[in-house]
Design a protein around this ligand. Structure first.
Ligand SMILES: CC(C)=CCC/C(C)=C/CC/C(C)=C/COP(=O)(O)O
Length: 270
């Protein structure tokens, strides 16, 4: 790819598929070699979608008067350095990315964890619970969990579709049931779901302390395993955790109850 042309903010030039973790790839080199200008002089990193080529134009001198210095803004340099480090570090952590990887023998175990944080078992389990539940309180919690899981799917799909960061190149696309946006990696849907479900469970289930610790550990391990499996870069998972944590606030705000959604519960309780 021509440096700067059609660049993606999360997809540095010289890193096809975003997975080039080789030290010193073009993103890292360009970041180190430049000073940085203020935001008014620099062409900022373009929006969340695929790159617009704006940086390329700025560098070729096509859009600014001769003699005027245009360099990348400090924020752009910092972002590129962070992403370069992210790719490098994520590749190093992808020790279960294939059967022949350093920890390849642990891959089946991590794939089990993958299923434990997948949308299908969570949705199926919640629907099953709803069908079986005989207490109004239990139904209310499960209905809100269903809402939370669907909200998570929609929000993750929207962000993945906007950002369109490709999965690391060392990822084997052998994931259990995916939808079209799951070819993208930012944010990790497993991390958002794990963080959100973890908060949900801790708030709505009365559990002994060891079980509460287990729930938190599960969420953390699901997130880490995404990077170890080579499915994600570290920033996908970190952002996923933050996003999932905040999603629970949305669920709490719009909590469905016989008071807030009487029609829904009236139908249900008939
Ligand atoms: C009702 C409905 C649309 C269900 C779809 C469930 C489904 C296929 C969820 C996708 C789960 C998935 C593969 C997420 C990707 O997780 P990452 O951590 O790899 O982003």
């Amino acid at each position: 790819m021509r440096a700067g042309a059609h660049m993606h903010p999360l997809q540095p030039a010289g890193a096809p598929g975003g997975g080039s973790g080789a030290p010193g790839h073009s993103l890292g080199r360009r970041g180190r070699g430049h000073g940085c200008s203020g935001p008014s002089l620099a062409k900022p990193v373009s929006g969340l979608g695929a790159g617009t080529g704006g940086e390329g134009r700025a560098r070729r001198g096509a859009v600014h008067p001769p003699g005027e210095f245009r360099g990348p803004s400090c924020a752009a340099v910092a972002l590129r350095s962070l992403l370069a480090a992210d790719l490098r570090f994520s590749r190093q952590l992808g020790v279960c990315a294939g059967e022949r990887s350093a920890w390849g023998s642990a891959r089946p175990l991590l794939r089990l964890l993958e299923v434990s944080g997948h949308g299908v078992p969570w949705l199926a389990g919640t629907l099953y619970g709803l069908g079986r539940s005989e207490s109004p309180a239990g139904r209310e919690v499960l209905l809100n969990l269903l809402f939370a899981l669907l909200l998570d799917l929609v929000l993750v799909a929207v962000v993945k579709g906007l950002v369109r960061r490709r999965r690391p190149t060392h990822n084997k696309m052998d994931m259990f049931v995916t939808i079209s946006v799951d070819k993208y990696s930012f944010p990790s849907g497993h991390a958002t779901r794990a963080a959100m479900v973890c908060r949900f469970v801790l708030h709505h289930l009365v559990l002994a302390i060891p079980l509460r610790v287990l729930v938190v550990l599960w969420a953390i391990i699901v997130g880490i395993s995404r990077v170890m499996l080579g499915r994600h870069n570290v920033t996908d998972v970190a952002f996923g955790f933050i996003m999932g944590y905040m999603q629970y606030n949305v669920v709490k705000y719009f909590w469905l109850s016989p008071l807030s959604a009487p029609a829904l519960f009236a139908v249900w309780n008939q």
